[in-house]
Design a binder for this molecule. Structure first.
Ligand code: 26V
Length: 817
């Protein structure tokens, strides 16, 4: 890994304060006396941008001058979280900001809080993209994140009086947004629809309508690297009347209708993250940002050239496809090369396959995107032709590799049926150099199951890159107390750019005094979180209880049901007198999760959790031993507050379903112990932190498969474990629905008759391990020793390491000198 020195501030406190004053005066048009914290936030952000500008220019220049191949990370989501503190940290200006703002009479925290979080992602996949651009810049690798600046981010979640999820529009751009620079002068035209005609033996696409893709640039400052990369998010605008007049008459008429619709393209982030609906607008979004990005790359790397040598493209940039969402980029690059620059098929294919790589982020077959060919044909007629041709060439190639006709049929990119479909994961695998999964187990399952035929015939394409998270945001910013303790323990703060150094804390786990300091950090964080939860949500958390968190999207496979059923079972035991309340370990269970708006069972689970919280928290028999809280609208900000305060985190998906998980890494790095299954990156976390420092339970992938094969009957488990029976009966009998037995009937019926993710089968093991967890928690020194060992051994899960793996295994490029 590259040597990185601690960031040096490019600015003094006095300069920072002057910058803010100047910006307030000429930008916001207010005096420091008139300014609100929001004004100071905007002004400070612009000052930071100002000081980053030179490093940004230099990074761009060095990149274009070809010092090293750049990375283009194509992603429909970038869940970047708040920007100001992160930029200050990475640019080395934290102290200058605090002091400058104070000197102007403002509280730095209030100023930072005035920032509205851009919520441009659903969950893990979008947050990972944000961690990756941070690491690319921190390693000094020239890179673009390319995506969409949605006007509405993931919906704002509220709960109604019955505890049901209500979705509210998240109009995050309602206020001034100093980070995104709207660059009207570098817009691109993206076209749709129409027909393909032949002119002089060449295919010519005559689109029906176009939109203007306007780049909005976010600086991505590296931590202490002196480099600033670019996150370029495209915003869709209509061509105005003037532009329309420059079209010829028939184009004008065609173009008018979509003028109204153009801006819809980047209006809203789709909130489903597992069941693609094949929606036209979503395909428009995908093509929109990918087409704009490809044109942009040609503009940036071949400036002013009308006849560029695009055979050099793979030496200039490598594109990473973040899941199937940007895969339409493969036929788009083919089209650009063939139709616009006159390359022949073979040359174009060679350039394209060398330029693209694909990361798969799921194991659920229904989450792999498949588009009706008809729909592609309607929106992108030329692309459909190209996809069909890719399919034909590919089938020919396969014939040279295998005699197995069925296998060849199974591998079709375009299915052979009455209404053919295009399998985007197959297109990505055929059209790129590398395919990777996001944890060891996941990559293995991709080879063995999801993309088995491909891995048989193209074994060298497949590789693994285990996910990682940025220690800057998720340790240093989220957990300053722990950061200081780590620095004290290691005697340096270099660990922030070389996270494997955390290993140096291992010997300190034997030092009781150090472990006690570590415990004190956790306790202080819990007190902070309790205050935060009081302020933001009106909750009364008791920081002297175990804080047990489960934060992630609400999905059946993630099994929030398992958690809530186990909790209900405990409640039932206390109510029935089987367990004396005096023997119960005080525990506060905290859920954070959004459900896709149309996901019926997930939404019902949310309602159940809220009502369990209502009943349990208010039952005097419980004597405050069990508390359940469900802060609404889980987002990056809440994660940053809750993770450092958590004692025990839940990673309890059915084995073989969670591709990786990244919350698990954030928790381990912040000194929580994990209760989890052998799934995703849990496997690797457990290997590294040691089996004795991880609470493992539940079936393995093989056991799950065997049980499916043998025929799974959930009711058997209901009859077998009286704790489970009591819990389900309690949901069914109306305890959590004011006596109404219908409210949760569909959920109960699903558990007893279907239970696809085998919650019931894992229930007993899950409850049994709680005994072990509680026994350990009663011994704070031992608990914290293990928690510290989790921190010490999780350095591998830095996104810097993950990016280094991508550089070595897939991108074959590196930092600028
Ligand atoms: C899928 C779809 C399907 C179409 C509609 C919109 C949409 C939006 C997002 C997604 C992505 C689903 C895949 C995903 O988020 N995977 C998660 O990726 C994380 C980062 O690799 C990983 O840690 C999680 O285990 C995995 O579930």
């Amino acid at each position: 890994m590259t040597e990185i020195t601690a960031p040096k501030s490019p600015v003094t406190t006095a300069e920072f304060a002057d910058g803010i004053r100047e910006q307030l005066k000429y930008g916001q048009g207010v005096t420091p006396e008139q300014a609100t914290p929001a004004d100071v936030y905007v002004a400070s952000s612009l000052v930071v941008r100002h000081y980053l500008q030179d490093a940004w220019f230099k990074t761009q220049q060095d990149m274009v001058n070809g010092k090293t191949k750049a990375v283009g990370y194509l992603s429909a989501e970038f869940l970047i979280g708040k920007q100001l503190r992160n930029a200050l940290l990475n640019a080395g200006m934290l102290d200058q900001f605090d002091e400058a703002v104070e000197s102007l009479g403002f509280d730095p925290q209030t100023v930072v809080d005035a920032e509205y979080e851009p919520a441009l992602g659903n969950g893990g996949l979008g947050r990972l993209a944000a961690c990756y651009v941070d690491s690319l810049a921190s390693l000094g690798v020239p890179a673009f994140g390319y995506g969409i600046q949605y006007r509405y981010g993931i919906f704002r979640q509220e709960f109604d009086s019955e505890g049901r999820q209500v979705e509210k529009p998240e109009y995050w751009l309602a206020n001034e947004e100093p980070w995104g620079h709207v660059d009207y002068n570098r817009s691109q035209k993206v076209s749709f629809g129409g027909t393909v005609v032949e002119e002089n033996g060449r295919k010519v696409w005559k689109p029906a309508w176009s939109v203007r893709a306007v780049p909005v640039d976010y600086m991505v400052p590296g931590y202490a690297s002196g480099r600033v990369d670019t996150l370029r998010l495209w915003s869709a605008r209509s061509y105005d009347e003037f532009d329309l007049l420059t079209f010829n008459k028939s184009e004008y008429l065609d173009a008018v209708k979509p003028k109204v619709e153009a801006e819809n393209i980047s209006k809203i982030l789709y909130p489903e993250d597992s069941t693609p609906q094949g929606k036209r607008l979503r395909l428009e979004q995908q093509y929109f940002f990918v087409a704009a990005s490809i044109q942009d790359v040609i503009r940036v790397f071949y400036p002013g050239q009308s006849n560029p040598d695009l055979t050099t493209l793979p030496d200039k940039i490598t594109f990473q496809l973040n899941d199937t969402h940007p895969v339409i980029g493969i036929p788009e690059l083919m089209r650009v090369l063939i139709d616009e620059y006159g390359y022949d098929w073979a040359t174009a294919w060679d350039i394209t396959t060398k330029t693209f790589n694909y990361t798969c982020h799921t194991l659920l077959p229904e989450a792999l995107e498949v588009w009706p060919a008809d729909l592609i044909g309607e929106l992108l007629p030329r692309h459909l032709e190209i996809i069909n041709e890719i399919n034909d060439h590919f089938l020919e190639e396969l014939k040279g590799k295998t005699r197995d006709k069925e296998k060849i049929e199974r591998m079709r990119i375009v299915t052979n049926e009455e209404n053919p479909k295009v399998r985007m994961a197959y297109l990505a695998t055929a059209g790129g150099s590398h395919v990777n999964g996001v944890a060891e187990l996941h990559s293995q399952l991709l080879k063995d199951v999801t993309l088995r035929d491909f891995s048989d015939l193209y074994p060298d394409k497949f590789t693994n890159v285990t996910n990682g998270v940025t220690p800057r945001r998720f340790i240093r910013l989220a957990n300053p107390r722990l950061s200081n303790l780590i620095t004290e323990g290691l005697g340096t703060d270099k660990w922030l750019s070389d996270l494997e150094m955390l290993k140096g804390l291992e010997p300190l786990a034997k030092d009781d005094e150090f472990v006690k300091k570590f415990a004190a950090v956790k306790q202080a964080n819990k007190e902070d979180f309790a205050a935060y939860a009081k302020r933001e949500y009106g909750f009364e958390l008791d920081p002297n209880t175990m804080f047990n968190s489960m934060i992630k999207r609400l999905h059946e496979y993630k099994r929030q049901s398992l958690k809530i059923l186990a909790l209900i079972a405990k409640y039932a035991d206390i109510k029935s007198g089987k367990v004396s309340v005096d023997d119960v370990l005080p525990r506060t269970v905290i859920f954070g999760a959004k459900s896709a708006p149309g996901y019926y069972l997930a939404k019902m689970t949310i309602q159940l959790i809220n009502n369990v919280a209502r009943v349990v928290n208010n039952d005097p028999d419980i004597k405050g031993k069990l508390h359940v809280y469900y802060p609404w609208n889980y987002n990056v900000r809440l994660a940053q507050h809750l993770i450092p305060a958590t004692d025990l985190d839940e990673q309890i998906s059915q084995a073989g379903k969670e591709a990786s998980g990244t919350g698990n890494m954030k928790f381990a790095l912040n000194g929580a112990l994990t209760v989890g299954t052998l799934d995703g990156a849990n496997v690797e976390i457990r290997e590294r932190v040691g089996a004795e420092n991880f609470f493992l339970f539940g079936m393995t992938v093989d056991e799950v498969d065997a049980l499916y094969a043998q025929g799974y009957h959930p009711a058997v488990y209901y009859e077998r474990d009286p704790r489970l029976k009591a819990a389900i009966d309690m949901v069914a009998d109306g305890t959590f629905s004011n006596g109404d037995r219908n409210t949760y009937a569909p959920l109960v019926a699903d558990w007893l008759t279907k239970d696809w993710f085998m919650t019931l089968a894992d229930f007993t093991a899950y409850c049994d391990i709680q005994g072990e967890i509680e026994a350990l928690y009663r011994d704070p020194l031992e608990w914290n020793r293990k928690a510290l060992l989790n921190v010490a051994n999780s350095g591998y899960f830095s996104s810097d390491r993950a990016i280094q793996d991508y550089l070595d295994k897939i991108w074959h490029t590196g930092p600028l000198a």
